[in-house]
Design a protein around this ligand. Structure first.
Ligand SMILES: [Zn+2]
Length: 114
């Protein structure tokens, strides 16, 4: 059974904010984790863009996938200190972990938001 990302963030004492965290190019910025304040920030621009294109359910799914992705970053770092250092390799490991743990593939929304 997959874990639920909103509840998992709460259980870990991590807040979630939807806020403007910047521009699109060159890289689509969907979410970030602030380790100092223990908050996951989801880019309001990404949420709005997907809501306009695909509706409210898709916008909520984006938030869930973004939280799962940021939690997966933390979990991969904790449990696998020898994580590969190259960014693309890290992202692959994180996406695999998010899919296995939360049942959410983070790559689908990147395509939807292009
Ligand atoms: Zn990532």
């Amino acid at each position: 059974m997959s874990r639920e990302p909103f509840q998992s963030a709460r259980n870990a004492g991590i807040c979630v904010e939807i806020t403007d965290i910047g521009h699109w190019s060159p890289v689509l910025l969907i979410a970030e984790y602030d380790a100092h304040r223990r908050v996951i920030r989801i880019n309001a621009r990404a949420v709005e863009r997907l809501r306009k294109r695909r509706g409210e359910d898709a916008a909520r799914a984006l938030c869930a996938a973004a939280i799962a992705h940021e939690l997966a970053h933390l979990e991969v770092q904790q449990h696998h200190p020898r994580t590969p250092r190259e960014r693309s390799a890290i992202e692959s490991a994180v996406n695999a972990h998010a899919t296995a743990t939360y049942g959410l593939d983070g790559t689908w929304f990147e395509q939807l938001l292009r």
